[in-house]
Design a protein around this ligand. Structure first.
Ligand SMILES: Cc1ncc(C[n+]2csc(CCOP(=O)(O)OP(=O)(O)O)c2C)c(N)n1
Ligand code: SF4
Ligand SMILES: [Mg+2]
Length: 290
């Protein structure tokens, strides 16, 4: 009898219906093989897949603290080295809060040591699991529970931290960015990252239904629009050089308003704010055109 292929993340987890992060995770899992160990930071992904005593994971998987998933992965790598196991891959997963903010120092250490570990950040642009607080990944103009829109506020007025540039500054052999709108792109990037002998980083824009105030059938659509407006292009760097980008010679971006106006978190923007965000996309068109 033919058995269905083994799933590394089974159905039955309790993420919100339509969660963009879970779409992205499934695409990441399709890029792995069975000889993989996962260290997972605290966040929606961990909370929704491991309600004790159950687990949705079909691979060896360990939950760390919010801040130390990278160090746990380093420990796993050291144990594998001790056992002379050069075959088993190590993957770290965390949200943007765990990556851009609270785990950054330990991620930096892991990269500094040049360990052969893939780090994947699921960027929901907020601390989703604890009720949508602003993180270093929250973009200008987004309303969150710590940067709420109101009569005197548009939402966050901070710029989104350039985490990909921070990764590149560590001299990573492979660093890339994708979105939940392009699952095959995610899977291919995971495979290419794992082919590299050294540290690698993949950051995936993962639309969050309550956080972005979108309908539960819109996560993939928003992931596509983020790329089509050039606010979150698909990018891939090898040895620090940009070698793939969704902004090719003939690429024409859609206006950012098409993306922003469909999300409740951006409902308070003035014309001036729209212009500012358009200027961020225009800057991406120059910076990342191949
Ligand atoms: C040291 C510490 N501070 C705060 C928390 C509470 N906490 C758990 S999950 C979470 C939000 C995680 O945000 P992110 O990393 O972006 O992942 P997401 O839930 O958005 O996927 C927070 C603040 C914690 N577990 N540990
Ligand atoms: S709060 Fe957002 S990231 Fe968390 S499970 Fe729901 S949709 Fe996914
Ligand atoms: Mg998040």
């Amino acid at each position: 009898m033919n058995r269905p292929p083994k799933k590394f993340l089974s159905p039955g987890h309790n993420a919100c219906a339509g969660c963009g992060q879970l779409v992205a995770v499934q695409a990441v899992m399709r890029g792995l093989d069975e000889d993989t160990i996962i260290a997972n930071a605290t966040g929606c992904l961990e909370v929704t897949t491991t309600a004790y005593p159950q687990s949705a994971w079909g691979l060896p998987w360990i939950h760390s603290l919010f801040e130390n998933a990278a160090s746990v992965a380093s420990g796993i790598k050291a144990a594998l080295k001790q056992k002379k196991d050069g075959k088993t891959k190590v993957l770290v997963q965390g949200g943007d809060g765990g990556t851009y903010d609270i785990g950054l120092g330990l991620i930096s250490g892991m990269w500094e040591r040049g360990e052969n570990i893939l780090y994947v950040c699921y960027d929901t642009e907020a601390y989703s699991n604890t009720g949508i607080q602003a993180s270093g990944a929250t973009p200008y103009g987004a309303s969150t529970t710590t940067t709420p829109k109101g009569s005197e506020s548009i939402g966050s007025t901070q710029a989104k931290k350039d985490m990909l540039a921070i990764a590149l500054a560590h001299g990573l052999k492979y660093a890339a960015q994708s979105t939940a709108g392009y699952p095959d792109d995610i899977t291919n990037k995971v495979k290419r990252a794992l082919d590299v002998d050294g540290p690698s980083y993949l950051q995936i824009l993962s639309p969050c239904i309550p956080g972005w105030q979108i309908n539960n059938d819109e996560a993939v659509f928003m992931g596509k629009l983020a790329v089509e407006t050039a606010l979150y292009p698909l990018l891939e760097y090898k040895d620090g050089i940009l070698n793939a980008s969704s902004i090719t010679g003939s690429f024409r971006a859609k206006p950012v308003a098409e993306y922003l106006k469909k999300q409740g978190r951006f409902k308070n923007l003035s014309e001036e704010d729209l212009k500012h965000i358009q200027s961020l996309a225009d800057a991406n068109l120059k910076r990342y055109r191949l």
